[in-house]
Every structure is written in C-alpha cells, then in structure tokens.
Design a binder for this molecule. Structure first.
Ligand code: UGA
Length: 458
C-alpha cells in the first residue's frame, strides 16, 4: 500500500519506519526542511532504541523515503497518516494549527481519493473538523476524502517494540472501506506471524493484539482516557508514598501488593518524582480543558495534575531539609531525561528540579546517558560530564532523578569516596535503602522507611 506520513517527530518517524518494515511503501515528509535533510543524510534527530536498525533497513531497501515536498508525498499516497505535533496552548488546550495546516495542504494537493488518518493525539471532535476542512478546501473533483482516527500508544524508549507488539490497535472509522484499508495496513501485525526485527530469538511470540473498531469520537477519547488514567495511577501512588512517610509504611510494598489484584494491575504505580514528558502532562491538561468545554468538571484529573506538580516541591523540601543552606552547595544530578532510554527532556521533572536548585544558588553538575546535548541548550549554567563519578566528586548531595539502569550498577562504594558528604536523594526509588545505609550513605527516597526526617505516628 502507498502510505504518506506527515510529520517526522517521534510518532511519525517510528510509525513510518515500522509501517515500511511491515511491508508498505512509505513516504515521510515534514515542513522542517532541515529535519528532512538530516534524515536524508542517514541521521536520526532523536534517540529511540532500535529505530536506527529499522530505519536503516527500510531506507536501504527503498520502502521508506523522505521528502521535503509535502505536496508530492500527498499526491502519491492512498493513505495519509497525520503525525504532526499538538502542543499545549497557554490555556492548556491542544494547539491544532498544525493539523489544520496539513488538512488544507492535503485538500489542495490531492487529485485522487484518500484515507486521511489522525495519529497525533487530538481532542474529540477533531475528526469532524478535519473532515470539514478537507471538503471545504478540496480543489479537484477526483479528490474524495475519508477520515479515520488511529491513536498510537507507543512509549518513548520502547516505541519500536510497542509498534510491533501492541496490546491493541484502535481505529475510529465511519465506513467499511476505511476499516478494511486499516486492517490491511496492520495485517502483518494482526496475524501475529510477523516477527519484529528487534525481537530476540528467545522472546516468547507476541500475543495477537485486539483490533478495536469504534467511531472516530470514541477513538479520540480512548487515547486521552488511556494516558489520563496512567497519570491518575501515578499520582495515586505518589499520594500513597506521602502517606507511607507519615504512617511508617513502605510504598513499594503497598503498591506491589495492591497491583497484584488484576483489576488494578501493578504497572504505573511507581512512586517518586512524578510524570513528565510531552504526552502525559499535556494530555491530562488537554483532557481537563476538553471536559470543561463540554461542561464536565473532571476534578479527578485536576487533582492528578495538582499532585504531580507538587512532586518537585516535595523533592526540594527533602533536599533543603538535608542540606540546610542551599547557596553554593555542590549538587550532583544523575539523570535529566523525563524517563530512561530516551533523550527527551520536554517537561522532564529533572529539568524543573535543576532550575529550582540553580535559583537557590546551588552549583549543579549533571549527567545523563543520552539527554546531555538537549540539556546543554535548556540549562546552559549546569556543568556536564558523561562520567557519573566526576559528577559525584566533591558533591554535598547526589540526586538520582531518572532511573537509568546503569545507575543501579554504579560502584556506589567509589561514589561515596568521591563525595564531600555521602548523601543520596533517590527521587525514583531505584536503590535499596538498606544497601545504601550499609554502604555508609545518608539515603533519602519517597515513601520508604529509613529516611531522614520520617515522622512515624505514635
Ligand atoms: C505515554 C504512554 O505511556 C503511551 O502509551 C502513549 O502512547 C504516549 O504517552 C503518547 O501519548 O505518545 P511516554 O510519554 O513515552 O508514553 O512515557 P510513559 O512511559 O508513559 O512515562 C511517563 C512519565 O511517567 C515518565 O516521566 C515516567 O517516569 C513516569 N512514571 C511512569 C512514573 O512516575 N511512575 C510510573 O509508575 C510510571
């Protein structure tokens, strides 16, 4: 099938490459000509594990190509995936101007029937607006448009595996033909026979995903509802952590046992610094706005957002309590990305923590396996080093802000030797309190015993 992908960000690049790997003929385009030039030169502008392998293979085999000529991409395709950004406006609602621009471009350039699919996260009813824009701006009598929604559930850091082994594929359609076309697009994955190129030989075969066919409005809502529910779970775990600190429980024990109930599930109950990134925070905000505009007060989500915003305050309280005076204190930071296995620092809690430490007059040194290039631009007054031991050298405190697996395996004995004061504040509950204490650290985390300043109710 001839597919066009408009927008070469995280979603567009992963979807375009994987759809090509699944056997389709894909042209990807973006209005950022320098991004296209980078991709045409064989460089990938983002860090996403395994994307390089897939992309390199499909480009080499001629199944995926990049063009800065959006019109050409549109004209040659039967199916067009819109993967442009929908960043938040000042009010928190999603900015749909990029979708609107693409709709007008598709309408203007199309000379034959197209199935136009919204893959970007958009508020409910965007499909209606998209359909209208396509009709109103169409120039050629041969250009007939059908619209569908096909939200993505890819996680940064595991997006390639997620694409090939999804739990579900959701499509919102208005007619049988669109459903059939989308079934055909995903057939290799739905049949479960297709082996993802990053699949290890000893991995169990992936379960066949559910293919969920809904209305367009439902599909749009499913995406918002999924991300918002994940955010709600995280905030719930974080309030439990606060309670554990007051009442003497251990949040890891509590959430583990709670999550064993299949009605609840154990994932996304990890307490700590809260959720960041360019999806959960903005999707929660946009869903609240959408509900407000529909006359529904989504108080649950407002509280989810409030709890999340407080996590950085809670961490800084812990740091201040331990360090007393912040001015000129040497603080080392391990991890800047919003989560491990990505170089993405958008709305990363670590960035906010570092900004606040700098504002208090602390001297901050930081490291991250992938995010330092982006961090240097966002936080130029931080001292960076690729070497975690150098970050620890002479530090009054070491803050673990992103749970990269390699930080667990550091030689913590050596870290202690390097530090001016052996104080570790683990904002992701990654390390074991007893082990850290045994190594001679003052160790602070969220909602677990053996912390500085825990007040146990009598
Ligand atoms: C999220 C969703 O998980 C994807 O399904 C969705 O497709 C994607 O948004 C999107 O809308 O495009 P992502 O933003 O990559 O994916 O990140 P998550 O893995 O959801 O993590 C989000 C944040 O929550 C991170 O900062 C992470 O550290 C935090 N988190 C996650 C916790 O604090 N505790 C947890 O238990 C889990």
């Amino acid at each position: 099938m001839k597919l066009a992908v408009i927008g070469c960000g995280y979603v567009g690049l992963v979807s375009g490459s994987c759809l090509a790997e699944a056997g389709h003929d894909v042209v990807a385009t973006d209005n950022d000509a320098s991004r296209i030039a980078t991709l045409q030169a064989g460089k990938i502008p983002i860090y996403e594990p395994n994307l390089d392998k897939v992309l390199e293979a499909v480009v080499r085999e001629g199944r995926l190509r990049f063009t800065a000529d959006c019109a050409e991409a549109v004209r040659g395709a039967d199916i067009i995936f819109i993967c442009v950004g929908t960043p938040p406006t000042e009010s928190g609602a999603a900015d749909l101007s990029a979708i609107d621009n693409v709709a007008r471009l598709i309408a203007k350039e199309s000379r034959s029937p197209k199935l136009v699919i919204e893959k970007s996260t958009v508020p409910a009813q965007t499909g209606e607006q998209l359909k209208r824009a396509l009709q109103v701006y169409a120039r050629d009598a041969g250009a007939k448009f059908r619209v569908a929604s096909n939200p993505e559930f890819l996680r940064e850091g595991t997006a390639v595996e997620d694409f090939f082994h999804p739990d579900r594929i959701v499509i919102g359609v208005e007619d049988k033909e669109s459903e059939q076309q989308l079934r055909e697009v995903y057939r290799p994955i739905l049949e479960g026979k297709f082996r993802c190129p990053v699949h290890q030989p000893d991995c169990p075969p992936a379960a066949t995903p559910d293919f969920v066919v809904t209305t367009i409005a439902s599909a749009e809502l499913i995406k918002h509802a999924s991300n918002s529910f994940l955010a709600l779970k995280i905030s719930y775990a974080n309030v439990l952590a606060d309670l554990c600190e007051r009442l003497g429980g251990n949040v890891d024990e509590v959430t583990r046992a709670v999550g064993l109930d299949p009605r609840i599930g154990g994932q996304f109950l990890k307490a700590g610094l809260g959720f960041g990134g360019f999806c959960l925070p903005k999707d929660v905000q946009a869903f609240i706005k959408l509900a407000d505009s529909a006359g529904i007060d989504f108080g649950l989500l407002k509280e989810t957002e409030r709890v999340n915003k407080q996590r950085v305050d809670q961490l800084l309280d812990k740091v201040k309590k331990a360090l007393w005076v912040m001015k000129e204190k040497q603080i080392g930071v391990l991890g800047i990305a919003f989560k491990p296995n990505t170089d993405d620092i958008r709305l990363a809690p670590a960035v906010e923590v570092i900004r606040r430490l700098l504002a208090e007059g602390a001297v901050v040194r930081a490291t991250d396996p992938e995010a330092m290039t982006r961090a240097r631009l966002a936080l130029p007054s931080v001292h960076y080093s690729a070497d975690p031991y150098e970050i620890a050298r002479g530090a009054d405190a070491l803050l673990l802000l992103t749970e990269w697996e390699q930080y667990r395996r550091l030689d913590w004995k050596q870290i202690r030797v390097e530090m001016a004061r052996a104080l570790v504040i683990d904002a992701r509950n990654m390390l074991r309190p007893a082990e850290m204490k045994a190594l001679g650290f003052e160790y602070i985390s969220f909602g677990r015993p053996d912390q500085v300043g825990v007040t146990v109710m009598q």
